[in-house]
Design a binder for this molecule. Structure first.
Ligand code: KG4
Ligand code: ZN
Length: 346
């Protein structure tokens, strides 16, 4: 079964063809990072315009690379939400057009479920025995879930303020690193001392919710020029603070990364034990982080699964993979399907 996936929820325009929910026939991504880099974050109006400009070419390229005609597809899958509404609508409208033109079934996919199904694209694939604990860590979301079956999620916790990737991006801005901050912080941290600063960790009795704004504020106090500069930054965190000249960016990056990773690892490992999961899975942009992967492996007796690096961040192959399971479960959406800016998985 061949499914075309389309993704446009944030700053990547992507299309992919996936066979039987597991085999990538093509996976095309047009990134807008260069457009948003100068703003230090994703700028919604620019994002939708760039999606409009890119989508037709990206989809046609995905079909061409997979050597498949639209008529030969079994279904057309598209991210329905959550995400930037204007951006989502570009992908959704394009998918509806294709579905209308070809009469193929339309399947609206939850972007977060897409991240979960990036795990099914790992080759060779080891079958999953449910339940598993899934940590979704991306630029917009931090969710700890118990996945009991295909498509069945129980929410154990999530962030109360910033998403983990968002914290990386904000601290990246504070440290005057390029956008997005995550990979650049990871790189700077490799040469830094993770014990240089004791940034706050979550306490065990915090349950399974996360909070990253305290760590971000502690970093801000450490690196900014003066309290008034920090206050200005707190009001409008678009503006990078002027870095204190005696601050070691590497040490701050390493200490910040260690604090975030400690918190993610402690809660995920404890949840897996408490809910008797057979495995831990970590997905989303931040799952590319090597320290997070190493620490999860070291701290848990359970196997840890994560996607290959190129499927951690947003892509359309994961949307087609998620749609495969939904299709098998009978999902067929109407051409009146609406985009959802908010759409919790559980
Ligand atoms: O999943 P994703 O591509 O987009 C969303 O759905 O949000 O995640 C992007 C996020 C960004 O915040 C980026 O800084 C973060 O993932 N990220 C990383 C790394 N690579 C990407 N964070 C930490 N370490 C990394 N190596
Ligand atoms: Zn994502």
């Amino acid at each position: 079964m061949r499914i075309l996936g389309i993704e446009s929820s944030c700053d990547e325009t992507a299309a992919a063809v996936v066979v039987d929910g597991q085999h990538i026939a093509s996976n095309v991504i047009a990134s807008q990072i260069h457009i948003h880099a100068e703003h230090g974050g994703v700028f919604p109006e620019l994002a939708s315009r760039a999606h409009v400009e890119a989508i037709d070419h990206v989809v046609q390229e995905a079909l061409r690379q997979a050597q498949v005609e639209v008529e030969a597809l079994d279904a057309i899958a598209v991210t329905r939400g959550p995400g930037l509404i204007g951006s989502l609508m570009v992908g959704l409208n394009y998918a509806k057009g294709l579905a209308l033109m070809t009469g193929k079934p339309l399947i609206g996919v939850n972007h977060l479920e897409g991240h979960v199904y990036s795990l099914w694209l790992v080759q060779p694939f080891r079958p999953v025995t449910f339940p598993i604990v899934v940590l979704i860590v991306s630029g917009g979301h931090t969710e700890l879930l118990l996945m009991r079956e295909h498509g069945q999620y129980e929410r154990l916790g999530g962030t109360l303020d910033d998403a983990a990737g968002e914290a990386f991006d904000k601290v990246g801005r504070l440290l005057e690193l390029p956008f997005p901050g995550g990979p650049h912080i990871e790189q700077a941290a490799q040469l830094g001392n993770p014990r240089a600063f004791a940034f706050p960790r979550a306490k065990r009795d915090d349950g399974f919710d996360f909070s990253f704004s305290g760590i971000k504020t502690a970093v801000m106090r450490q690196v900014s020029v003066s309290p008034s500069a920090a206050a200005r930054l707190a009001r409008d965190n678009q503006q990078p603070a002027k870095l204190r000249s005696d601050v070691s960016v590497r040490d701050v990056a390493a200490s910040f990364q260690a604090a975030v990773v400690d918190t993610l690892v402690e809660k995920t490992v404890r949840a897996a034990k408490q809910f008797q999961a057979t495995e831990i899975a970590v997905v989303g942009g931040v799952s590319a982080n090597q320290l997070l992967r190493q620490r999860l492996r070291a701290e848990s007796e359970l196997p840890v699964r994560y996607p290959p690096l190129n499927l951690c961040t947003d892509n359309a192959a994961m949307i087609a993979a998620a749609a495969y399971q939904r299709f098998r479960a009978g999902q067929r959406d109407s051409l009146a399907l609406e985009a959802l800016a908010q759409w919790p998985l559980a």
